[in-house]
Design a protein around this ligand. Sequence first.
Ligand code: PLP
Ligand code: ZN
Length: 404
Amino acid sequence: MSEPILRCMKCHKEYDASQIVYTCTGCGALLEVVIEPPKVTLKEMARRPLRVWRYREFLPIAKETPIISLDEGGTQLYRCDKLAKWAGIRRLYIKYEGANPTGSFKDRGMTLGVTKAKSLGSKAVACASTGNTSASLSAYAARAGLTCYVILPAGKVAMGKLAQALMHGAKVISVKGNFDQALNIVMGISTKMGIYLLNSINPWRLEGQKTLAFEVVDQLGHVPEMVAVPMGNCGNISAIWKGFKEFQDAGITDCLPRMYGVQAAGSAPVVRMLRENLSELAPVNSPETVATAIRIGNPVNWPKAVNAIKESKGAYDAVSDDEIVETQRIIACLEGIGVEPASAASVAGVRKAASIGAMDADAEVVCVCTGHLLKDPEEVISICGKPIEVPPDLKAVSEMLSPV
Ligand SMILES: *Cc1c(COP(=O)(O)O)cnc(C)c1O
Ligand SMILES: [Zn+2]
């Protein structure tokens, strides 16, 4: 089998896997990992547990490389009949990425990315983050014994995520700016100081994230008609699409899903670009949304996301914060599944599409719910309010309950 390489999306310049390069040195465009489709069946891979590394043959890491892992992936695929009815479609599944070791899908990418960093001999890793990337990277860096730097937009990171980065021993730096500014800074620093960058502009990280597609095929037994994904920096939707394509190229599946990208209305440059048929992204300068994980005005992976949506004859839309928050609560109350606001955007988008006739009511949709409810407890309290306080006696408490 030939070695995996990196290839520029625009000028097709190629780089070998041992080079530390994040964007094309020729034209500046994004890079993509290219692998030769492996000759392996689902059944052969199914001898290993349902996890990211079940799909080893598809992952561009040499066999003898020691893997840095927390047993990520293998997350639940919940069939949600009540939620489907609420959203107005025949069948809806939630791929519950909150069940990953640090509570978001970022772990799928970090097992690959940190394994890569270690194998390249890097001593330190870094990222800019709206929260979950830093929570994940700090945990994997700890496991690998690497120094970890994270740059966060001050005051805009959910409490749970910040707590994780701090406890796992990352050096946390808060910049008084937004995510897009933090990412520019960390990109400058990493090249200059020889620190390995693990934002989703790093194409190796996306290789881990593509395993979500593989798992859906394994768990469902077929390719779903549509996959709905919240879009922030736009790496995840691109990675998942790549996964479905690679399974088809390897002859494991014989069709592809439509990809549905959902952004928050206050932070929706990709949706605007597609809607207005622009040839370039027009960044949103001050993105605002309750869904802090997708509060990104200048997503670096937009060309890959636009490809995924166009190639798959997919769809795109933006949902308001009210829709996001209502959907988060509905998912939690109807199905018992706790997700963070950004995650609810995928389900909110499906309901919106069904209600305006943009989605076939007969469709079967997998909604990627990207992160865990506990990531953002402050948002929950602000939505649900604090519990009612009463004196510690039987009468006072029983008066609060309704008879059954
Ligand atoms: C990172 C993240 C996203 C956005 O993913 P991108 O790859 O940046 O588009 C969405 N939801 C959650 C919970 C995240 O942590
Ligand atoms: Zn190029």
